[in-house]
Design a protein around this ligand. Structure first.
Ligand code: SF4
Length: 383
């Protein structure tokens, strides 16, 4: 059987654009839902007839954005049905919908569930109204609680909450309260992200002008450690730098990014990766929704750029994405994939082991607890 792959579907619309966000999103009070959904289905059909995707089944679907929950259950159901029809889903395929708490109702959640969505990723971010306000979010803590309750009531057992820490003026006690609140809601999965100030965002400009003062680096590090401790003691295992899950609830879609599997990205600005032709190819779709829709309307696809990876880039990517997982990299897989020993390709690994940042045991190379605190620095040494 040909190897199944993961499918990402990008919905590039939000009710408004949050000032820290650097994703490919566009503010739209009324997104062109029908037109865009038709574009996605056209692209899906075209990809289903092409190498390297045709004839393979899908193991995970992730509807991300943007705010996919702006789209109706009928549109989301139409996309899931098209995936089933043109590719086929493996048994028990994980189908995730990213959702903003303020966009959900009991009826819409029930509709998404009926449409085949079996995992919900809620952008909670904080339970403090003033931090949500700083972040420019248009939902409140009660919306998160209501969404979690409603999701449980309609049968979502696999629910994830996203939280952001290090918001200007946030204290360690605030963050501790957010973690406690998340644990009380008992999701299956929690992701925690340190706030970043990405170039081109209002937050980046506001920080430069002194309008926003980032939290102290030491405090941010303490917040990260607190997340691991609090979530760990509540039964959430840290399986990736930013991700914690109860047993059996690690995000299978995200794992396929980190272990170097193939994924197809549909929608404006979506990325795809295929190991074939070796050592790998990455492609990116037209970023602007109008250009994306025009392209799929004409040719069925909307690829704007294709990059054939060099052997060196493919090896480096395999390592720095693999090291995001706390189980680390399977050294034998590296050898099978690239025909050389990892230690020969990256001789500096022995120094990182000597410095206590990496650990090699039972055939896996992983970040140590100390290495996890310096994950970006360690990853950069592979590039
Ligand atoms: S809701 Fe999420 S994707 Fe949309 S603008 Fe805000 S942070 Fe970005």
């Amino acid at each position: 059987m040909p190897e199944p792959f993961s499918l990402y579907v990008h919905v590039p619309y939000c009710r408004h654009v949050c000032p820290y966000c650097d994703f490919n999103v566009h503010a739209a009070a009324r997104p062109p839902e029908e037109h865009y959904t038709a574009g996605l289905v056209a692209e899906l059909m075209a990809c289903g007839a092409q190498e390297p995707w045709g004839g393979r089944r899908v193991k995970t679907v992730y509807l991300g954005g943007g705010t996919p929950s702006l789209f109706s259950p009928a549109s989301i159901g139409g996309i899931v049905s098209a995936v089933t029809r043109w590719f086929g889903l493996v048994d028990g395929a994980e189908i995730t919908l990213e959702a903003n708490p303020g966009t959900l109702s009991h009826a819409s959640l029930a509709g998404y569930r009926r449409a085949g969505v079996n995992r919900l990723s809620l952008g909670a971010q904080s339970f403090h109204p003033r931090h949500l306000q700083t972040l420019g979010r248009d939902h409140g803590p009660d919306d998160v609680r209501a969404a979690v309750d409603a999701a449980g009531a309609v049968g979502f057992e696999n629910l994830s909450l996203d939280l952001i820490f290090g918001v200007p003026a946030e204290t360690l006690a605030d963050w501790e309260a957010d973690l406690a609140q998340a644990v009380t809601l008992a999701p299956a999965h929690v992701s925690t992200y340190a706030l970043t100030y990405e170039s081109g965002t209002p937050f980046h400009a506001w920080r430069a002008r002194g309008r926003l003062r980032p939290v102290d680096e030491d405090l941010e590090a303490e917040m990260g450690e607190l997340a691991t401790a609090r979530l760990g003691s509540a039964g959430y295992e840290r399986y990736e730098i930013s991700s914690y899950a109860r047993s059996g609830f690690a995000a299978r879609h995200n794992l396929s990014y980190w272990d170097g599997s193939d994924y197809l990205g549909l929608g404006a600005g979506a990325h795809s990766f295929s190991q074939e032709p070796a050592p790998g190819v990455r492609s990116t779709n037209e970023r602007l929704p109008e250009r994306y829709l025009a392209a799929v309307g004409t040719t069925g696809t909307a690829v704007a750029s294709v990059e054939r990876l060099t052997e060196a880039t493919a090896r480096a990517e395999f390592c720095f994405t693999g090291l995001r997982q706390t189980v680390g990299i399977d050294v034998a897989s590296f050898h099978r994939r690239f025909g050389t020993e990892l230690a020969a390709a990256f001789p500096h690994v022995s120094d990182l082991i000597g410095d206590g940042l990496l650990d090699l045991a039972a055939g896996r190379l992983r970040l140590t607890p100390r290495g996890l605190a310096f994950a970006d620095t360690v990853s950069a040494t592979f590039v």
